[in-house]
Design a binder for this molecule. Structure first.
Ligand SMILES: [Zn+2]
Length: 252
């Protein structure tokens, strides 16, 4: 499929096709908004750079006593000595980094997108490729990482292109399975823009498979989610998938 079409040259590709089947493509899909709200983090800190959260090797400014005790206990259980010098600040650092890596629970898609939705008559496919993605698998709490490609066909509204990576981050910074992550991103774009259709592809490598030797190092998981015309119209779907699996893709 990847060879059928010419491939995009840039990360942000705007394609030239239009489609008139908006009405029938508009499906009644239930909004999948089950965004849990946790009140354990000061929202003002959500935008802080990683080093403010103790992700660098030295500083570890925030404290969560209970969390740190648990990490301390994990160190004992795996046979370490939490008192040795290199591990002294580890409970604090782990607590901080895990808090930061799961900060997406405290975010809502409307906050992330803000007022960056604009009226626009453009009705061709808009695609942002190769959005870097880092998440944690919910089965092992180990990282999975890769790229997301998001496309939509507007129906009167477009979104600032920089907001799509932020939507990816919002859902990726939670414990996830790749399949659900893909669906949630598609659903969020659908909800915010009510476009004629949405397509999301994620290609990722999972450390829980790679490090534990369950599968070999190069195995990737590819997931896709489509809404609206991307689901109903084979031509649109095929164009999207061929763009998604284009030149810079991890998937070859
Ligand atoms: Zn896993």
């Amino acid at each position: 499929m990847a060879d059928k079409k010419s491939r995009p040259r840039t990360n942000s590709r705007i394609d030239s096709r239009t489609d008139s089947r908006a009405a029938e493509a508009r499906e009644a899909e239930p909004p999948a908004r089950a965004l849990a709200v946790r009140k354990r983090v000061d929202p003002a800190m959500l935008e802080s750079p990683a080093q403010d959260w103790g992700l660098d090797l030295d500083a570890a400014p925030a404290h969560n006593g209970e969390f740190e005790q648990l990490v301390h206990r994990i160190l004992e259980i795996i046979g370490e000595d939490p008192k040795r010098e290199g591990l002294k600040k580890t409970p604090q650092r782990v607590a901080n980094s895990l808090t930061w890596l799961t900060r997406g629970y405290d975010m809502d898609v409307r906050d992330v997108v803000g007022d960056a939705v604009f009226s626009e008559t453009h009705s061709s496919m808009v695609m942002v490729r190769d959005i870097e993605l880092y998440s944690l698998c919910e089965h092992h709490m180990l990282p999975f990482f890769g790229r997301a490609h998001i496309a939509y066909i507007p129906d009167g509204k477009i979104v600032g292109l920089s907001k799509l990576p932020r939507i990816v981050d919002m859902f990726a910074r939670r414990l996830q399975v790749q399949e659900r992550l893909t669906e949630q991103i598609a659903e969020a774009v659908q909800e915010v823009l009510e476009p004629k259709g949405v397509g999301v592809v994620i290609e990722a490598m999972h450390l829980c498979m790679m490090m534990r030797g369950v599968q070999k190092q190069n195995s990737q998981t590819v997931t896709s989610a489509v809404r609206g015309i991307f689901r109903n119209d084979a031509r649109t779907r095929e164009e999207f998938l061929s763009l998604a699996y284009g030149r810079n893709s991890l998937h070859r």
